[in-house]
Design a binder for this molecule. Structure first.
Ligand code: HEC
Ligand code: HEC
Ligand code: HEC
Ligand code: HEC
Ligand code: HEC
Ligand code: HEC
Ligand code: HEC
Ligand code: HEC
Ligand code: HEC
Ligand code: HEC
Length: 319
């Protein structure tokens, strides 16, 4: 009996040792990021004894100016009570907000910046990518006003595809510095969609209100989503269109009447309007109709004027 239980008890013993090791390791790694519970504040001047450079830079920031006026412990308002760290000079005994999850309810930054701005952060891709306030804000750098150009540079450091798109022939004026990513996106995730408005259509209407209608003669895809035809950051085709015409339209429509009909080669006469007489080719109809649909269907986003139609519907969006 004893011989049989032995291997099991060794296994049991080994696994218990591993179990306790894990507990010890995990508890020390949790504690490692925090000052010990009995640590107290020592005041900023003590910090500057060893971190003079950091302190000099910090004095030029907005936090440096405001927080040092408010308290003698301004460093510790973000780094937590520093007595143990000062004694041991152990970086593990002081909070580094850049290494801390700011959105787990124990945040340093959100202690002071606890606004609704961040309420949907948890649903953003930035959160999923384990980003933090420090991914975008540099606390110890000299304060610089966030101009549109700087914001665009910050965002496109990571979003190179968007930067590339903004250089395409048709683009929103981002690279010109007349617009910033924040005109359409909220860096703090105020909306789950990550834009200021709850849908992309509403976002577009905030600057292009004439497209909203309501129109008597509507174009169904415009009512659904502008992104069915447009791409927001930049495109090769004109007017931020995902494709050039007629390919764009032919995704959803068949080419119509004349376009499929062969013409003829040669001259034609026009008795009513002799000045409009001309020469045509076999492909004349196709060229006329399959080049740019919006040459005739000018009111592509909707219209209040009935079109001249063969049928009685009047909704051909031609005027
Ligand atoms: C006696 C010298 C000394 C004093 C005083 C001191 N520190 Fe440090 N601090 C250090 C050393 C040494 C390091 C480790 C530097 C390294 O690893 O490069 C450090 C690292 C840090 C770090 C980086 C931690 C990390 O996780 O990377 C922070 C933040 C910090 N100190 C803040 C403070 C604050 C706030 C105070 C005042 C409460 C303070 N220090 C006072 C010596 C000191
Ligand atoms: C508003 C919050 C805040 C305050 C106040 C603050 N810090 Fe920091 N500190 C940070 C953050 C965040 C980091 C992480 C690096 C970064 O974002 O720049 C940091 C990093 C550090 C580091 C590590 C530097 C490095 O290069 O890794 C030191 C040292 C430090 N702080 C010292 C101080 C001292 C000294 C003061 C007071 C004079 C101070 N901090 C005040 C937020 C703060
Ligand atoms: C002790 C309170 C306090 C803490 C902690 C704090 N801040 Fe601030 N912060 C302020 C105050 C006050 C202002 C100036 C008024 C304002 O804009 O709300 C400010 C301004 C800012 C600004 C705008 C000005 C600028 O410098 O660009 C940013 C960004 C900012 N804080 C980020 C952070 C981040 C990131 C953290 C965490 C590392 C943090 N703050 C921690 C109080 C605090
Ligand atoms: C994806 C990048 C990004 C992240 C992550 C981020 N911010 Fe910001 N934040 C910005 C930008 C860009 C601005 C500039 C807004 C402006 O000037 O119009 C800003 C502005 C601010 C401001 C000043 C204006 C305001 O909205 O009140 C504060 C305060 C602030 N951020 C705090 C934080 C805190 C705290 C965190 C982490 C909990 C954080 N930010 C995370 C990009 C970011
Ligand atoms: C440190 C890198 C980094 C910075 C800086 C950054 N982002 Fe991101 N962003 C990411 C990552 C990673 C994702 C996840 C998806 C991906 O890989 O593109 C993402 C996703 C997004 C998305 C789609 C996410 C969604 O939730 O729908 C938008 C929009 C976005 N970022 C806008 C911005 C804007 C605006 C800024 C500047 C204020 C910015 N980002 C700054 C890394 C960054
Ligand atoms: C005119 C409004 C507008 C501007 C300005 C804008 N975006 Fe967008 N962005 C959008 C819309 C709308 C979407 C969603 C597209 C979709 O649903 O197909 C989007 C999607 C994204 C995405 C996720 C999908 C992708 O294309 O990778 C990222 C990341 C992003 N934007 C980053 C940025 C950055 C960075 C800037 C600034 C350089 C910026 N955007 C400027 C409207 C805008
Ligand atoms: C913050 C304001 C703003 C928002 C939001 C906005 N736009 Fe624009 N849009 C502009 C500006 C500014 C221009 C450039 C006008 C100019 O150059 O004359 C422009 C131009 C355009 C153009 C013409 C581009 C060209 O090559 O001539 C299209 C198409 C367009 N926007 C579609 C959209 C769509 C779709 C949305 C929604 C995703 C949107 N816009 C959201 C401001 C905005
Ligand atoms: C069915 C495809 C389609 C949809 C959906 C669509 N558009 Fe367009 N849009 C076009 C075409 C095609 C042009 C170019 C028109 C031209 O060349 O005459 C254009 C041009 C534009 C322009 C620039 C020229 C102008 O008329 O001011 C803006 C701005 C614009 N669209 C905004 C929007 C907005 C906002 C939405 C969503 C409400 C939207 N579009 C939905 C096809 C579409
Ligand atoms: C994403 C699909 C889609 C795209 C792309 C698209 N349309 Fe449409 N279009 C529709 C739908 C759906 C209707 C409504 C059809 C209905 O009610 O029977 C419609 C209706 C029309 C009508 C009115 C005719 C009618 O029977 O109501 C015209 C004209 C038209 N589209 C022209 C265009 C042109 C020109 C383009 C390219 C610039 C285009 N469409 C791009 C889906 C699309
Ligand atoms: C030369 C002018 C012209 C061009 C170019 C043109 N159309 Fe039309 N289209 C018309 C007219 C006029 C009508 C109305 C005919 C009617 O109501 O029966 C019409 C009707 C339509 C209809 C509605 C047909 C129906 O059954 O009610 C659609 C959809 C349409 N066009 C799509 C397109 C597309 C897609 C293109 C580009 C490939 C295009 N059109 C190019 C003049 C044109």
């Amino acid at each position: 009996m004893k011989k049989q239980t032995r291997p099991q008890s060794i296994l049991f013993g080994v696994s218990m040792v591993m179990f306790f090791c894990m507990i010890v390791l995990s508890s020390t790694s949790v504690k490692a990021k925090m000052p010990p519970a009995d640590a107290v504040s020592v005041g900023s001047s003590v910090c500057l004894d060893c971190h003079e450079d950091v302190g000099n830079d910090f004095a030029k920031t907005m936090h440096g100016t405001l927080l040092s006026k408010a308290s003698e412990n301004s460093c510790e308002s973000c780094h937590g009570p520093g007595s143990a760290h000062v004694e041991n000079q152990d970086p593990a005994m002081i909070i580094n907000p850049a290494k801390q999850d700011q959105f787990d309810g124990k945040s340093t930054c959100l202690n002071c910046h606890n606004t609704d701005n961040f309420s949907n952060w948890a649903m953003t891709d930035h959160n999923a990518a384990d980003m933090n306030c420090s991914s975008c804000h540099s606390i110890h750098s000299e304060y610089e006003a966030m101009t549109t150009g700087k914001i665009n540079n910050l965002c496109t450091e990571c979003h190179l595809d968007v930067k590339a798109a903004a250089f395409m022939p048709s683009h929103h004026p981002l690279k010109e510095g007349n617009m910033s990513c924040l005109d359409c996106h909220d860096p703090h995730g105020g909306q789950a969609t990550f834009a200021h408005e709850s849908s992309t259509r509403e976002l577009c209407f905030s600057c292009h209100p004439e497209k909203e209608g309501p129109f008597i003669f509507e174009h169904a895809p415009v009512n659904e989503d502008c992104m069915l035809c447009h791409s927001p950051h930049g495109t090769v085709a004109d007017n931020l269109l995902t494709q050039t015409e007629p390919a764009l339209c032919l995704n959803c429509h068949a080419m119509h009447f004349h376009a499929a009909v062969e013409g003829w080669d040669g001259d034609f006469e026009n008795p009513q309007a002799p000045e409009r007489a001309g020469t045509t080719t076999v492909d004349g109809w196709k060229i006329g109709i399959l080049t740019k649909c919006t040459q005739c269907h000018t009111e592509i986003h909707g219209s209040d004027m009935p079109s001249q139609t063969i049928s009685t519907s009047g909704n051909a969006l031609t005027r």
